[in-house]
Design a protein around this ligand. Structure first.
Ligand code: ADP
Ligand code: MG
Length: 511
């Protein structure tokens, strides 16, 4: 029966670089109307698999079949569309022109029909129920989310049966990422098969239908999403069980609160009441858009509050204080949008680690720090294994994970008392993630209060001593100790108020 023939079947795929297997005997099956997540640590082989599908490299072993027919992506044009962060988009051309590059330029009397170029783009956006940008605006003026959505619209224009996305949400703010997932669900409903690469495990639950895990070029698991748990996926990726140790052993219950937030309310969020002790790693966690970001930013002075109070070290903070005032009190915020808000682009690692006051006064993340010090930079790089080990290397050259180590170290060097960390390891590989977690634990051990603001349940379960779960702008529950697991966090934040932690049974959630 035709229905039994998958859209795409990859069998025994193999590819070597200089004798090392980047892919080794990999199988993957994708059906029409399926979202198939492809996950694995950095270097696992995900991009190599995608590049083989795109015909960038030829496979050395194995076969690829589309609807049962053997194909060769290197020599054939296939109905597969690829959405990378901005792959294939031409910044200098308009939105309409970028769509027309794929859909074709409508003509009238032998000339390009420009009004129709615009209408064609708008029609495709409409079909995906996405608000269309001005089709005449240059693509370079779109933000990351706009480019990702245009990539999807173009996939639709090319009438692709298969759409492959390589980490499209890694750099997107929460509402945009949620929107993108919604658009992909609509695309799935049209019968497309979707291969979705992501580092964010929890966004896959309730979204992907199936998952394949690569490790060192080999397929270690391919399964229905409903049959796996977050912890089993992490174990598959790493090839070992992960110990979900909680921060440090000392109980924090009877320590005085360094941060005390009471009945805090801001536009659309709250009231929330909670505290964080010195030496404690607490987390404000929830699905994207649940309000954790806003509460974190309000404590940092970046968002205005409507009512409620914030105490730091027993002192009431004036409600209209600026970010600079809050930083002078020892509050630090590591922004989730690493590139835009944290990096001093075009400057060296050393300058990013110890920026002089004159440099940072202008930025939104201005702060006080000691003078630049190459020797100390060397120490930090050694300690946290920052690569390349060159203090003068430009921050722009570093991978996301290595950049993030520098930004965390920057706040530690500045002696923050309260560290608010937004999605501290979003988009970084597991090695960098473990290094950043070690830094955060060190900071807590040295007496800092840490507030992780996150929608990454795996991270919170691994790192936090206590999680305050947010739903619809309020704290809907608290998990700590043995009850603080990825599974309970996912259940707690997806099921909201109807869920009681004591009722939780893993078997029923994933059955
Ligand atoms: P992922 O996308 O999962 O991070 P990749 O597919 O990029 O992994 O890489 C898989 C392996 O192949 C890694 O060991 C990587 O170093 C190697 N590799 C990838 N592309 C090349 C290349 N063009 N030349 C040499 N080695 C490569
Ligand atoms: Mg890759």
């Amino acid at each position: 029966m035709a229905d039994d023939i998958p859209l795409l079947r990859i069998a025994g795929l193999g590819k070597r670089f200089y004798g090392t297997h980047a892919l080794n005997d990999v199988d993957l099956t994708l059906r029409a109307g399926e979202i198939h997540a492809l996950i694995g640590e950095n270097g696992a082989g995900k991009s190599t698999l995608i590049k083989i599908l795109a015909g960038v490299y030829g496979a050395e072993e194995g076969t690829i079949a589309l609807r049962g027919e053997a194909v060769n992506p290197v020599t054939q044009r296939l109905p597969i569309a690829f959405v990378h962060q901005d792959l294939g988009l031409v910044d200098d051309l308009s939105v309409g022109e970028n769509v027309a590059l794929v859909a074709g330029f409508p003509k009238r009397h032998g000339l390009i029909d420009w009004p129709q170029v615009g209408r064609q783009a708008i029609e495709l956006y409409d079909r995906m129920e996405i608000e269309a940008p001005d089709p005449q605006s240059p693509v370079g003026s779109l933000n990351a989310a706009g480019k990702a959505l245009l990539g999807i619209v173009r996939a639709l224009a090319s009438r692709a049966d298969i759409v492959v996305l390589d980490e499209p949400t890694a750099s997107l703010p929460e509402p945009d990422a949620l929107h993108l997932l919604d658009v992909l669900r609509r695309l799935r409903a049209t019968g497309a098969g979707i291969i979705y690469v992501s580092h964010r495990l929890n966004e896959l639950f309730g979204f992907a239908d199936s998952v394949s895990v690569l490790r060192d070029g080999r397929l270690v698991r391919s399964a229905a999403m409903a049959s796996v748990t977050p912890s089993s996926l992490v174990q598959d990726m790493l090839g070992r069980a992960v110990e979900f140790a909680h921060g440090h052993a000392e109980p924090t219950a009877n320590k005085p609160a360094l941060l005390f937030v009471e009945a805090l309310r801001l536009h659309g969020f709250g009231p929330v009441t909670f505290s964080v002790a010195a030496g404690e790693i607490a987390a404000l966690v929830g699905l994207r858009g649940a309000g954790q970001d806003e509460i974190g930013r309000a404590i940092f002075g970046a968002l205005e509050t409507r009512s409620g109070t914030i105490h730091l070290g027993g002192e009431l903070l004036p409600p209209r204080e600026t970010i600079t005032d809050r930083m002078a009190r020892g509050i630090a915020l590591l922004a989730g949008d690493r590139g835009r808000e944290s990096a001093l682009a075009g400057m060296s690692i050393s300058e990013n680690l110890f920026p002089s006051q004159s440099i940072v006064k202008t930025g939104s993340l201005a702060f006080l720090s000691p003078a630049a010090d190459r020797a100390r930079t060397g120490e930090v790089m050694e300690r946290f294994d920052v690569r390349p080990r060159n203090p003068d290397a430009l921050i722009d050259w570093l991978s996301g994970g290595n950049q993030q180590k520098i930004f965390v170290a920057r706040w530690l060097a500045a002696g923050a008392r309260l560290l608010i960390l937004e999605e501290p390891t979003a988009g970084v590989d597991i090695g960098a993630k473990l290094a950043i977690h070690a830094m955060v634990r060190d900071a807590a051990r040295a007496g800092a209060a840490v507030l992780i603001v996150s929608s990454d349940f795996e991270e919170v379960a691994t790192l936090a001593d206590r999680a305050l779960v947010m739903g619809r702008g309020q704290i809907s529950g608290e998990l700590s100790g043995a009850a603080l697991t990825m599974d309970s966090l996912i259940a707690r934040s997806s099921l909201g108020e109807d869920f009681a932690a004591s009722d939780y049974a893993p078997a029923t959630l994933n059955a």
